[in-house]
Design a protein around this ligand. Structure first.
Ligand SMILES: Nc1ncnc2c1ncn2[C@@H]1O[C@H](COP(=O)(O)OP(=O)(O)OP(=O)(O)O)[C@@H](O)[C@H]1O
Length: 243
């Protein structure tokens, strides 16, 4: 009897395999492997200094892997330049929001626009998500509140037509209402089919929006599983994350 062939698993949007990353001679990532599927939200959790930001920097080619591989959208980008990686459809919302402080919101948005193979977002759609932003267009970014800057940073990532958005501690320093808005935006991106990898200290918020979670410690992945498992299993969550 011939076996029914299983459908091939759909390739991950992002795949890290056995990544080792160094700052000069100091190793920060040890054999890190992780995947984010198309349209999947994945949380990357762990204590300070665990290697979460370094993982994002490795994906973006800012601190490239010394060994192992990073593939995005079926292409090896391990040694690609950061601008090529962005051009291929990885958006980034950095923890310092990295918008140009002396430029207006409008200018910050205009220079973020990119064409990729993924869906293009318009400014109008960004205003639908962040209604306040339309009225801030002519303000210089240095005069914005933390929450307003975060809206601009997320809109910049969307205008770059991403297939994957990397968020580095998006709720840091924001009021609870704004944190909720950011998490709602992540859920909206998922509904739009955009993959998300989110680094967060705010474990509860991240787990509520994520499909799966990885926990890092001392540069290694120490746990991988459904987000619901960490939400529901207090003992496991305390043991891995102390919260
Ligand atoms: N520019 C750098 N030069 C040298 N070592 C660094 C640099 N950036 C980070 N490290 C080290 O790499 C390790 C991982 O740091 P990383 O910032 O990736 O952790 P993290 O999990 O993002 O923590 P945090 O939540 O504090 O940002 C730490 O030991 C840190 O001291």
């Amino acid at each position: 009897m011939s076996a029914v062939p299983k459908p091939a698993p759909s390739p991950a949007m992002l795949s890290l395999q056995g990544v080792n990353t160094f700052y000069a001679e100091t190793q920060a990532l040890f054999n890190v492997s992780l995947e984010v599927g198309a349209g999947e939200v994945v949380a990357l959790l762990g204590p300070n200094g665990a290697g979460k930001t370094t993982t994002l920097r490795t994906i973006l080619g800012l601190t490239p892997a010394r060994s192992g591989s990073v593939a995005f959208d079926g292409r090896d980008v391990t040694r690609a330049a950061t601008h090529e990686i962005a051009q291929s459809g990885i958006g980034w919302v950095p923890d310092d929001r990295r918008i140009f402080p002396t430029l207006t919101v409008a200018r910050n948005l205009a220079i973020a626009r990119k064409k990729t193979r993924f869906r293009a977002w318009s400014e109008k759609e960004c205003f639908e998500i962040f209604s306040a932003m339309e009225y801030l267009m002519h303000r210089e970014c240095e005069n914005l509140s933390g929450g307003e800057m975060q809206m601009v940073a997320i809109s910049r990532a969307l205008l770059g037509s991403p297939g994957l958005v990397l968020f580095d501690e998006p709720s840091q320093g924001l009021a609870p209402k704004v944190v909720q808005d950011v998490m709602k935006t992540i859920a909206r991106l998922k509904r739009e089919g955009i993959a998300v990898l989110v680094v967060e200290q705010n474990v509860q918020s991240a787990l509520q929006v994520a499909d799966r979670a990885y926990v890092m410690n001392a540069g290694t992945i120490v746990h991988e599983g459904p987000a619901s498992e960490l939400l529901d299993n207090t003992t496991l969550r305390m043991q891995l994350l102390g919260v």
